[in-house]
Design a protein around this ligand. Structure first.
Ligand code: GTQ
Ligand code: FE2
Length: 347
């Protein structure tokens, strides 16, 4: 190092130290560490196999009573977010189980959540006292600040996938929580912002669309209707069919932070490779297949859960006739923030 360069470096470091005493930093020497060229998801794609989780659900039912649990949920937590409850960026999820006769008491929170039923029937989720029946394939919404309880007057255990925006809500420090007291007043959810409809997805409205009715059907999408609509949806160029669950009033995403889809795959035909700044958690509704997520191959079958972290090239191929995947994404969140970027290429 010549003297002039050394003197400049010493002066720079002196300036850095002087800035530090005032809790300031120079941007110029760290610009490309602060402003990265590309997203780089913290988490690798991950899979929670039903064959691994099912016995643990059985154990939780045997070992944990609803007197001891606000909710009997096995959280699906990715190791890359150690210490935080996150399944992938912005999204958390879990497997919740209710046994016949059990009640998960009413509460409400700022967190926004969806429930997708994986096993059983006969349970009911009350959303602001509107009773939403829960059987396999049903989707139930619990928007921010709506009272919700789960009860199971039927027979056989009911297992469902819980999807929430917990990591985002934590990051924004916007968490509120209350347990219901007698006479608690309900606030109905507002319609979501009407948004960028995917041109290649068929919209599926809730069981009833009239927000003025504000009935259970506003918060529920029956699995039977969804499967029927998926069968009728036109196949895209790669043979897949896509359904988007939409708000009955706005025809936008079901919730401001959670945007849900149902995708049917044609056996043996790889979907067009795509990548997105949005993240997804997938629940295999039926059938089997494999998904390529960057360099990772995930072989999946019914009730497996796996993640599609952002900005990985993704393609899915069914190995059975009836392959259907439920997807919870933060796509609408990213679109509203101005951060949604999506690309497609041939397989
Ligand atoms: O069912 O109300 O997985 O409040 C996490 C938080 C489920 C619920 C979760 C919750 C719930
Ligand atoms: Fe809750």
């Amino acid at each position: 190092m010549n003297q002039a360069v050394a003197a400049t470096a010493a002066a720079a470091s002196d300036l850095v130290d002087a800035l530090a005493t005032c809790h300031a930093q120079p941007l110029w020497d760290r610009y490309h560490r602060v402003t990265r060229r590309l997203p780089a998801a913290a988490d690798a794609p991950w899979q929670w196999r039903w064959t691994d989780m099912e016995p643990l659900i059985g154990r939780a039912c045997a070992e944990v009573s609803m007197e001891d649990a606000e909710r009997r949920v096995l959280l699906l937590t990715h190791p890359a977010f150690a210490g935080a409850v996150a399944t992938t960026t912005n999204l958390s999820s879990g497997l919740q189980t209710l046994l016949p006769g059990e009640v998960a008491r009413p509460h409400r929170h700022a967190l926004q959540a969806i429930r997708y039923v994986m096993e059983g029937a006969g349970a009911v989720t009350s959303v602001n006292d509107h009773r939403c029946a829960m059987e396999v394939g049903d989707l139930v919404l619990t928007p921010a600040w709506t009272w919700h309880e789960h009860i199971h007057p039927g027979s056989g255990r009911v297992v469902w996938f819980d999807g929430l925006d917990l990591p985002l809500c934590t990051q924004l420090d916007s968490m509120f929580f209350e347990i219901a007291t007698p006479g608690a007043v309900a606030v109905e959810a507002l319609p979501t912002r009407s948004a960028s409809l995917r041109s290649d997805a068929v919209p599926l409205a809730p069981d009833a669309c009239d927000a003025a009715l504000a009935g259970a059907s506003r918060y529920r999408f029956s699995g039977e209707r969804a499967r029927e609509a998926l069968r009728r949806a036109p196949a895209r160029a790669d043979g897949s069919r896509l359904l988007r669950y939409v708000d009955g009033v706005s025809a936008g995403a079901v919730l401001p932070t959670l945007d849900c889809y149902l995708m049917g795959l044609a056996a043996g035909q790889a979907t067009r490779r795509c990548r997105s700044t949005s993240n997804a958690v997938c629940v295999v509704a039926s059938g089997s297949g494999r998904s390529v997520v960057a360099d990772t191959v995930i072989a999946w079958t019914a009730n497996d859960v796996f993640t599609l972290p952002h900005w990985n090239w993704i393609s899915h191929t069914a190995t059975s006739q009836d392959a259907v995947i439920f997807m919870m994404t933060d796509r609408e969140l990213m679109a509203c923030m101005g951060y949604l970027r999506e690309e497609e290429s041939e397989p």
